[in-house]
Every structure is written in structure tokens, then in C-alpha cells.
Write a protein of this length. Structure first.
Length: 203
């Protein structure tokens, strides 16, 4: 490494070193996660390039009418009202998995963090929003979950799920609870049919 870069790196290592606004904007523009600055009513006053892509907006699309809370999927609006907004009011931040609306009927799962930033001088208090696309992670998890707990051919639960649900039912019944019924079905000459017609037919 040349000596010309050493002073610059030394300054960059200082966490208290001031960061020029243009450098901060350049940093936010290049990150792969959504980064937004939001008014307390949800109006978006800044949105980086990744955020525009995640929300399905054109790079040059105006954001004047964009509302962060309205950008959350209708399926997660209950989370916004029950968890997100109360947490911002009480604790000043909230983190969780919520789906964001990317089109008229399409949603994208995200890991989002909302944080209330206090007023600084003449600048009013605002909210920062960071969101990461977790669609790939969610798809991998769902595939692994199905592979672990469901039969690939029939889609029926594996033995582990059966035992877990049976244990749960027995715990819920308790000494004074509702009775639990367990049905065992045996197919006559099933092995013969399985050998004759193949496992695909047998299953």
C-alpha cells in the first residue's frame, strides 16, 4: 500500500470523523438495501436507488406522494398498527420481517428497521427506514422446511411432525382436558401392490 493512501485510511478509521453530506448520499446510493428518510406521517423525503428498485419505481420517478407505511403490504398493515408504530412511539425503533408492495398485487418479503431520529437544529425529527430483500432466504427456508418435515412425493408430514403434533395434543388434553383420538390405518397386501405397480402408484 502506498503512503499516499495511509493518511486517508487513518482518518476513515476514526468513527467521529465528520462525513460530508455528498459523501453520505453517495454511500447510501450504492448500498444494496433500501434506505429512506421518512416524515413522522410516513411521507418519504429521501429514497436511494436500491429502494426504488425494491418498491418497483423508475429511477427518475418522483417520490412526493410515496408513503412508507402505505408501502407495506396490506397483509402486514396489522403489524404496522399493532407493533411498528407503537414501538416507534415507545422505544424509538422497530425491527422485523414485513412484506413491501412492489406492484398492484405483488409483495416482497423484507427485513426492515425503522428508527426515530431526533430533531437536530432546524431539522425536524424524522424516521430512517432500512429494508433488505429476504425473498431468497425465505424461499430457501421454505424448501428446507418442506424437505425436512414433508414427504417430497406426497406432501404429507413426516414422522417427526406426526410425533410433535401428537405430543402437543396430549399436552393440551391434560388430566381434565378433551380426549385425544389416534387412528391407525393398515392397507391389506400393500407391499404386493407396491411391488407390482411401483412406488409412484403405491404412494
Amino acid at each position: 500500500m502506498t503512503q499516499a493512501f495511509e493518511p486517508a485510511l487513518a482518518g476513515a478509521a476514526d468513527e467521529d470523523a465528520p462525513l460530508a453530506p455528498e459523501h453520505l448520499r453517495a454511500l447510501l446510493a450504492d448500498i444494496v438495501d433500501l434506505a429512506a428518510v421518512v416524515e413522522p406521517d410516513g411521507s418519504v423525503c429521501y429514497l436511494n436507488r436500491a429502494g426504488r428498485r425494491l418498491l418497483g419505481l423508475r429511477p427518475d420517478a418522483p417520490i412526493g406522494r410515496l408513503n412508507a407505511f402505505a408501502s407495506i403490504s396490506p397483509s402486514d398493515q396489522g403489524v404496522v398498527q399493532r407493533e411498528l408504530l407503537p414501538a416507534l412511539a415507545a422505544d424509538g425503533w422497530w425491527t422485523g420481517n414485513i412484506a413491501v408492495r412492489t406492484g398492484p398485487s405483488t409483495d416482497l418479503p423484507s427485513r426492515s428497521t425503522f428508527r426515530l431520529q431526533p430533531a437536530i437544529g432546524d431539522e425536524p425529527a424524522r424516521i430512517t427506514w432500512i429494508a433488505r430483500d429476504i425473498s431468497t432466504e425465505k424461499a430457501v427456508y421454505e424448501r428446507l422446511h418442506k424437505k425436512i418435515f414433508e414427504d417430497e412425493l406426497t406432501g404429507l408430514p413426516h414422522r417427526s411432525i406426526f410425533l410433535d403434533r401428537l405430543d402437543l395434543a396430549l399436552r393440551r388434553s391434560g388430566p381434565d382436558g378433551s380426549p385425544v383420538a389416534l387412528m391407525f390405518i393398515s392397507l391389506d397386501r400393500f407391499k404386493e401392490k407396491n411391488d407390482r405397480f411401483g412406488r409412484d402408484v403405491g404412494d
